[in-house]
Write a protein that binds this ligand. Structure first.
Ligand code: ASP
Length: 585
């Protein structure tokens, strides 16, 4: 038998018992004739002790040989510790070593395996199996496990059934590039890895399964950011005979259930619902962080016509108001101005006006605006004495984006975005289509299977950009946690949609014939949603990076530096697949 207990289990009640533990040596200390070892496993750390003079020489020499990260098996008596450690649950006791066996030796690890490690990112990823031994990473995986169990419990209780869908499929147009896989048995042909199981889950509804879910890997060949990975996990769901409200209710329920069961947080209110256009107008963003105010006000009509060319020539002028900001120094305002000029925001400048506590105004454009003008602007923005008004002008979409970024930056700096406060909401009524300048055609804002509002269908022929979609996103703290839609379930509407997306009849048939065909055989009204599981875990764990919650993540270039992938394959493999490598064009 390897062990009687694990390393996180022993307490005062066990004093006097003979036990056997196994684990990794985290630390060895040698002081005044005593040797202590910290023995670690997944469950915790237990201190082992040996008194040099009273312990068998054989044991002492084995302890001498033992170094960091050696795997050992130790037997001995549980005794009370002389100096207790209240930072760990086993801190009242230690094991008096009576036998010790080295099960596996270790080289000196490339970084110290402790909570605050000295290992850099790349090194930790290269030796991810060592990184996972560290408590923060281990705890992240435990949290992920707990979340997955709770998701299953809740969805099962709501009659969802878990069904696996294939990974080797035909591409689904989710908007990103597909990863493709050649097929030896079908030379010249390729599978695609699913960007999501979208078409399959719809087919499962046509198959009568009624409620489907899957915690599933999805693959998108996109440029990576901190919260993106080429392969990531979704909680993917689909339901039959539902309207938008039914879906929001179930998944609001899931979110609340997870907060309660995993974090013991009660959310006793309905999640607010905000239309896409309201989110864009007020927050400049379709995933607003509503933990704090500082919303955007459109002041275009209040500031134009005063001879200030920058404003007069702008499509849109908007402002945010910083409570008690009139005390901001020149330097602080200069920093904000520099911020809005960074290329990602691209504003030409920042106009400010201090609404001083004595009721006077001091702005960067005093030449053009009187105190009365500012009074009107301040009233429109809800600014009061002591506030700072910050204004950006330019092309509407870009300016709203700039204001959004400025707002979020100020929110961070002012501590208005605390990690342990959660503000969920639904963003609804997205546009169905989005005009893409580059390709001069409409793209589906969500995906091509999303249903338009019934009353907007005639707009296909007059003003497609105005069509609203039965689509919704779940947003928490400015993070898009998930999104979904009510689907089109009738062949002719689906054809119309493809046509508007620029598909020829033949292309639509070649790519989606299987789904369109299925619509011929009795498709129920249906809809669904997918939640980003990695993101949800990161949010619950209080981290910005989903990588912390993935056991073996890829780096920013999409590489797995541990197994060194992607990698070349042999000529024999290429020959078998009939692939000749050329230059990337
Ligand atoms: N398949 C969609 C996505 O991955 C979600 C959905 O519409 O259910 O974004």
């Amino acid at each position: 038998m390897y062990r009687t207990h694990n390393c996180g289990e022993l307490r005062k009640e066990h004093i006097g018992e003979k036990v056997t533990l196994c684990g990794w040596v985290q630390l060895k200390r040698d002081k005044g004739g005593m040797i202590w070892l910290d023995l670690r496993d997944r469950y915790g750390i237990t201190q082992l002790a040996a008194e040099e003079t009273n312990t068998d020489r054989g044991i002492i020499s084995k302890i001498d040989k033992t170094g960091r990260e050696f795997v050992i098996k130790v037997s001995g008596e549980v005794i009370e510790r002389f100096s207790k450690n209240d930072k760990i649950p086993t801190g009242d006791i230690e094991i008096k070593i009576e036998s010790l066996e080295i099960l596996s030796e270790s080289e000196i690890p490339p970084f110290t395996i402790i909570d605050n490690t000295d290992g850099g990112d790349e090194l930790r990823m290269k030796y991810r199996y060592l990184d996972i031994r560290r408590t923060p990473v281990k705890n992240a995986l435990l949290l992920r496990h707990r979340m997955a169990q709770e998701v299953r419990k809740y969805l099962d209780s709501q009659s969802f059934i878990e069904i696996e869908t294939p990974y080797l499929i035909k591409s689904t147009p989710e908007g990103a590039r597909d990863f493709v896989v050649p097929s030896r048995m079908n030379p010249g042909e390729f599978y695609a890895l699913p960007q999501s199981p979208q078409t399959f889950k719809q087919l499962l509804m046509i198959a009568g399964m009624d409620r489907y879910f899957q915690i599933v890997k999805c693959f998108r060949d996109e440029d990576l950011r901190a919260d993106r990975q080429p392969e990531f996990t979704q909680i993917d769901c689909e339901m039959s005979f539902v309207e938008q409200n039914d879906i929001l209710k179930i998944f609001e329920g899931l979110t609340k259930y997870l907060f309660k069961s995993v974090k013991d947080i009660d959310i006793n209110y309905y999640f607010p619902r905000m239309t896409y256009s309201e989110a864009m107008e007020k927050y400049g963003n379709d995933k607003p962080d509503i933990r704090f105010g500082m919303t955007i006000t459109n002041i275009t009509e209040n500031v134009q016509g005063k001879e200030f060319v920058v404003f007069d020539s702008a499509e849109y002028i908007g402002g945010i108001c910083l409570g008690n900001g009139s005390e901001y120094t020149r330097k602080q305002i200069d920093d904000l101005t520099e911020f809005v000029k960074i290329p990602q925001i691209g504003a030409k400048g920042l106009v400010y006006c201090k609404y001083n506590t004595d009721g006077s105004f001091k702005s960067s454009v005093d030449k053009f605006y009187t105190a009365d003008d500012w009074k009107t602007i301040a009233a429109k923005m809800g600014a009061t004495q002591g506030d700072l008004i910050l204004i950006l002008a330019g092309e509407k979409e870009r300016t709203l984006h700039g204001l959004s970024e400025l707002r979020l930056k100020l929110g961070n700096e002012l501590g208005l975005r605390p990690r342990d406060t959660y503000a969920p909401l639904w963003v609804i009524e997205f546009p169905l289509l989005e005009w893409d300048k580059e390709s001069s055609r409409y793209h589906a804002k969500h995906h091509p299977f999303t249903s338009p509002f019934d009353e907007d269908i005639p707009l296909f022929d007059s003003d497609p950009a105005k069509i609203r979609a039965k689509a919704y996103d779940l947003v928490i703290n400015g993070i898009e946690i998930g999104g979904g839609s009510i689907r089109i379930f009738n062949r002719s509407l689906q054809e119309k949609m493809f046509k508007n997306l620029g598909f020829s009849k033949e292309d639509a048939e070649a790519q989606f014939g299987f789904l369109m065909n299925a619509f011929k055989f009795g498709a129920p009204p249906h809809g669904g949603i997918a939640l980003g599981f990695d993101r949800l875990c990161a949010l619950f764990g209080g981290s910005d990076s989903i990588r912390d919650y993935i056991a073996f993540p890829k780096n920013n270039s999409g590489r797995d530096v541990m197994i060194d992938s992607p990698s070349t394959i042999s000529q024999a493999q290429l020959n078998e697949l009939g692939i000749i490598l050329g230059e990337v064009k």
